[in-house]
Design a protein. Structure first.
Length: 85
């Protein structure tokens, strides 16, 4: 049984060069998701302010919730990938 565990551990071992590059890419993607989420919320907020100022009451809640949902998915993706690796 020990030989089987040793063989499985050597087959599943990941080279540190690969994980280092993957961590770098995941870090960049995390910053991009954060920037896209902030930009999306700012765009929806400015559209809400412009609609209120012009007297039009449009339904912006669905857009706001869509952006917030995308932010939650983006924020949860990093920890999920980190747990799997």
């Amino acid at each position: 049984m020990t030989t089987l565990h040793t063989l499985a551990a050597t087959q599943l071992a990941v080279n540190s060069d690969v994980t280092g590059e993957l961590d770098k890419v995941l870090g960049i993607l995390a910053w991009l998701v954060t920037a896209a989420g902030v930009a999306g919320l700012m765009i929806v907020g400015s559209r809400m302010a412009l609609a209120l100022k012009s007297g039009e009451f449009e339904e912006h809640l669905s857009q706001f919730l869509t952006v917030l949902g995308a932010c939650v998915i983006g924020a949860a993706a990093g920890p999920i990938v980190g747990f799997v690796l």
